[in-house]
Every structure is written in C-alpha cells, then in structure tokens.
Design a protein around this ligand. Structure first.
Ligand code: DAH
Length: 349
C-alpha cells in the first residue's frame, strides 16, 4: 500500500469535513485499531529489515502528520462552532426581561425609601454612621450611665477589639449614635434622619439580632415638643396612609431626652385582622423627646443657645404593622418565595 496515497486521501477527507463527529470518524478510519495507517504498520512484519527501515519511517511520519492535522482540524471546527453559537445566542441586554424573571423590592427597602421621601419633604436630610460603634457614641455621650441595663452583655454585642478609651467596640444597639456623630461634626441648625441597621442579642417573632431603626434629630434655637408632635403625626398619617389617625403621646423615659415620650397609634381588631388608626387599643410606634441638654453639651454645642428634639423608631416594626406581617424573622431568612409574595414590583415603589 502506498503511504503517501493513504495520507493524501486522509487529508482530503479531513479538509472536506465541517463537524467534530466526522473528524473523529476519520481518526478511527485511519488511526484506529483497524485503521488504514495502523494496517500499514502491521504490514511491516512481512518486510525485510532494510525495507522495514524505510517503510516504517515513512509510515510513522505519515501517522504523525495525520495526527497533527486531525487535532488542528478538530480545534478549528470547535472554534468555529463556539463563535457561531456566540453570535446566534447573544443576549440583547436592552430587552426587558419577562415579568416572571423580575425581582421584587423587599418591604424593608420600600419602607426605607418611603421614610426618606416623607421626611425629605419636611426638610430632613439623611445622615449615616457605622454599624460598629464606640462605647462613647453608643452609650456615654447619650447619657446612658455605666450601670444602665442597656449595657448588659445580653443586649449588646461587644467586639474583642478595644477603642482608644480601652472600651470594647460594640455593634450599635440603636441609631442614636448618629445624633452624636452629627452634632460633633456639624453646627446647628441640624435637621437629619438616620435610617440604618442596628443589633441586639435577642431573637423571637418580634425581635431579630439585626434590625432597622431610624433616628431623627433637629437642633436649632426654638424647637419644641409641639413641632415634634406635629411632624411625627404627619409622618404617621403619610406612612400608614390614614388621614384620621388617632394617636397619643405618653410620658416615658430615655436617658438622652428630657422630657421623653412614646407615641402610640390606635388600633382595633376586625375579623381577626389588625386595623390601624382607630379603636380603643394602643400600639407603641416610637420613642421621642427634647434632646437632653447634657447630650448637647457632650457634643460641644452650647445648650444655652441651642435646643432640639429627637425621635427613634423601628423600621421593621412599622413595616410589619403596615403590611400585617407577624414574624420579623421572615424579613431576613432570604426566602425567595416569601419575597415573591410579600415584595413589591419595581414599578410600584
Ligand atoms: N434609641 C431608642 C431605642 O433604641 C429609641 C429612641 C427613643 C430614640 C427616643 C430617640 C429618642 O432619638 O428620642 O430604644
């Protein structure tokens, strides 16, 4: 058999294929166990030593050449088919995804946006602070004494690292330290809200170790409790979308405000469902008060010239009330089915 003829035939066949399967068939036809080239090698045994030398060498050369060509043809075909696929299957990223693939807005995200919108319209701007706080900002500057129950280990997450006063850093237990940061870094008049994450070592259907609060702080030279009440009532009417919202302010105690109050909104139970706005039952919504002059002084602001009010509310709590959700943990366990049911479409936010 003529080696160069076999090789030539193989190369012609290879050139005319355009798919990987046929390349593999050619490989088998020529180089497989019973392949034509393999047969040529087998026929060596019938030759003389001298003939073996020449013939063997030429068959081996042909085999190597063919193997190389098969491999490169195979690569070439694969590359072409990948390129074809890429062109054919390219995604038009400007094309809107089908409704079923759209994500949902988490109820907490919706609340975030709404509270920022509502207070933004009243002239409040958004301030931020870190989740990891110093003992001073989270407690001391807010007039929370060393022996206050909020400092006990079961409430607060303490970190191993210590700050410059040799006190362990904490995961902030409320957004109130943003009051301190803002008063320390800016001059009155101050008018901010500070929504954000807060942490306490507590977990049941109404408590989560990570939850959300929003702080409000207004400092000028004539703010009073009446301004505070007016703004908070307007906020609640707007947020809960209830015009005739019945509310009350109850005297309370917070170390950082004096006087302090808690705001309740009225509710009743109708058909086993909570109905907000009227009735003879009361739900606590937020804490508030006039900023304690000690706190103003702790922030190096002259409390004989400036005064103000502050408030703090749980964003998870008002979201649960607004949408009738009963377990705070469902907000944070990452269940996509829950989000599909309770989330909001992009268009509706
Ligand atoms: N920091 C308080 C808490 O976490 C909430 C609060 C109450 C904030 C009264 C305030 C306030 O600014 O005036 O329970």
């Amino acid at each position: 058999m003529d080696v160069s003829k076999v090789l030539k035939e193989a190369l012609v066949e290879l050139e005319s294929t355009d798919n990987e399967d046929s390349v593999q068939l050619i490989r088998v036809k020529y180089l497989g166990k019973k392949g034509l080239v393999t047969e040529l090698l087998k026929s060596l045994k019938d030759l003389t030593d001298e003939e073996k030398k020449h013939f063997g060498a030429s068959v081996n050369l042909a085999k190597e050449e063919l193997l190389g060509k098969i491999n490169s043809r195979s690569l070439e075909i694969n590359k072409t088919s990948i390129n074809e696929k890429l062109t054919k299957e390219s995604i038009d990223i400007t094309f809107p995804p089908p409704i079923s693939h759209l994500g949902k807005i988490h109820p907490i995200s919706k609340t975030y946006k709404e509270v920022i919108d509502i207070f933004g319209n009243m002239g409040f701007s958004v301030a931020e602070g870190p989740d990891i706080e110093t003992d001073f900002n989270n407690f001391t500057a807010l007039n929370i004494p060393e022996d206050h129950p909020a400092r006990e280990m079961q409430d607060t997450f303490y970190l191993d690292q210590k700050d410059e006063n040799n006190k362990p850093f904490v995961l902030r237990t409320h957004t109130s330290p943003v009051q301190i940061r803002t008063m320390m870094s800016s001059e009155p008049p101050i008018k901010i809200i500070a929504p954000g994450r807060t942490y306490r070592c507590d977990s049941d259907s109404t408590h989560s170790p990570m939850f959300h609060q929003m702080e409000g702080l207004l400092i000028n030279n004539d703010a009073n409790m009446g301004h505070l009440k007016g703004n908070l009532i307007n906020f609640c009417k707007d947020f809960f979308q209830i015009n005739n919202l019945k509310v009350r302010f109850r005297p309370s105690y917070f170390p950082f405000t004096e006087p302090s109050a808690e705001m309740d909104i009225a509710y009743s139970i109708v058909d086993n469902q909570i109905k907000l706005g009227e009735g003879d039952k009361w739900l606590e919504i937020l804490g508030c008060g006039m900023v304690n002059p000690k706190v103003i002084e702790n922030c190096k602001i002259d409390s004989s010239k400036f005064q103000g009010y502050a408030f703090g509310l749980g964003l998870d709590r008002i979201t649960m009330l607004k949408y009738g959700l009963t377990d705070i943990r469902s907000f944070f366990n990452g269940n996509n089915n829950w989000l599909k049911e309770n989330g909001f479409s992009l268009g509706r936010i």
